[in-house]
Design a binder for this molecule. Structure first.
Ligand code: NAD
Length: 266
């Protein structure tokens, strides 16, 4: 499968180029960067620490869709929405790792999935997808006497909060309790907040250093605490998962898919 990488000079973009190189059955179709980026014209393989590929980073996303069987996008919400429209136009597979989409941006992506296979996950690691399933199960078994708090820590460059993974964990916990996350989410606390509301799902966000992604779901009752944790030690698990998801999507009909489909958890 020929795979194109949008944002191929970014932190995840470079890992994705390497993951394509390291995965049997995957071949790099090319990469794009933002208009005006210093990486334009460079070889994406060299940037990823590999031998030269002869490819040059361009800014034309539509040309990349045409040259590839699947395109992977870990960039920014506004870029991802434009690429979802290109997936719909070309019928090519789009794998989305970008987080922080607004409800309106998410709807645009969902609409594009009527014309192309779109794979989207807030987190492509196997361990986090297992954690999502365990969180739903624990929330359903432990019930409302257990206060749920979700703590995440990421590197200092991350621009959205809480992380997409923390929100996905919140959704999984809410599903386990048969409630809607929007009705119970406490995304920030500041000042005189009053006591904790029964049934709330709280979020706490930490930022610093180079941390690729730590997530803990806490179930705190009066006499005990259960903690479910995942810590990524580097970004390679996300990149390998996204490439595996692209390969899995080959030949799938138009529609919305997620990592749990790939791993057979859903
Ligand atoms: P980054 O800023 O290092 O990389 C983003 C890249 O996209 C940059 O190189 C930027 O120049 C490029 N870009 C911007 N506009 C573009 C355009 N129009 N065309 C092509 N390229 C463009 O960020 P990052 O740390 O790699 O994270 C990117 C996204 O991926 C974030 O939303 C982050 O939360 C998400 N992420 C998701 C997962 C997951 O498993 N789903 C894992 C890690 C990061």
């Amino acid at each position: 499968m020929k795979i194109g990488i949008i944002g191929c000079a970014g932190r995840m973009g470079r890992m994705l180029v390497k993951a394509v190189h390291d995965t049997e059955g995957a071949e790099l179709a090319g990469g794009t960067e933002a208009p005006g980026s210093a990486a334009l014209g460079a070889d994406p393989a060299l940037l990823a620490g590999l031998n030269a590929s002869g490819l040059k980073i361009g800014a034309d996303a539509e040309a990349l869709f045409k040259a590839a069987d699947a395109v992977i996008d870990f960039t920014a919400p506004v870029v991802t929405v434009a690429n979802a429209a290109l997936a719909a136009k070309t019928g090519k597979v789009l794998v989305i790792g970008t987080t922080g989409l607004s409800a309106e941006q998410q709807k645009a992506v969902d609409d594009a999935a009527s014309k192309a296979a779109i794979m989207q996950a807030a987190n492509f690691s196997l361990g986090v997808n297992l954690l999502l399933g365990l969180t739903e199960q624990a929330a359903s078994v432990l019930g409302p006497d257990y206060d749920i708090e979700i703590v995440e820590m990421h590197h200092r460059h991350k621009v959205d909060a809480p992380s997409g993974t923390a929100l996905a964990l919140g959704k999984a916990a809410a599903k386990g309790r048969n409630v809607n996350l929007d009705d119970v989410a406490q995304r920030v606390r500041d000042g005189h907040t009053g006591p904790r509301r029964v049934g709330d799902i709280g979020f706490a966000t930490l930022r610093g250093g180079m941390v690729p992604g730590d997530h803990t779901v806490i179930f705190q009752a009066d006499g005990e605490r259960v903690e479910l944790s995942h810590k990524a030690s580097d970004r390679s698990g996300f990149a390998m998962g996204a490439v595996r998801a692209a390969l899995w999507s080959a030949g799938k009909p138009a529609g919305k898919y997620d990592m749990r489909d790939v791993l057979g958890f859903s």
